[in-house]
Write a protein that binds this ligand. Sequence first.
Ligand code: ATP
Length: 140
Amino acid sequence: MALPTSLQLHIVSADRSLVHERVDEVEIPGADGYFGVLPGHTPLLATLGMGELWYRRGQAKTYVLLSFGFAEVQPDRVTILAEVAERPEDIDITRAEAARRRAEELLAKPSIDIDAEKARLALLRSLIRLQVATRARIRS
Ligand code: ATP
């Protein structure tokens, strides 16, 4: 049987379908680190971490923030079910900067009243949002 030459990528979050298109390559933020998928990849099921997914069609790369969920890989398709997924144009930079400042302030003066792990995740999410938002500015 001939190997597939492209991938059907579908990215769905809890409240909407963000991406449904044919692509050449995808890089996914797995819970254990980033991994790349090309057409013909071995089937796998992976849990997602928090990070920046990118996909490429020809030379054009598109970036999407993902926060937790699952990825299903088949030789001819990738399906992402994410708790949170945002394209660069969805991201409110002022809100992300405020979230980053809040998390940094909490982590700077640790006390038994704060959940440090929650603050670290909030900081990481805000930094990734700011990075993904910058991708849009570089592209345009
Ligand atoms: P905040 O502290 O600003 O609420 P958060 O990291 O706690 O941010 P999440 O729990 O990740 O927020 O997301 C809750 C909802 O708000 C999701 O639908 C997410 O897409 C949206 N959201 C959060 N921050 C932003 C942002 N900076 N720009 C656009 N949408 C955002």
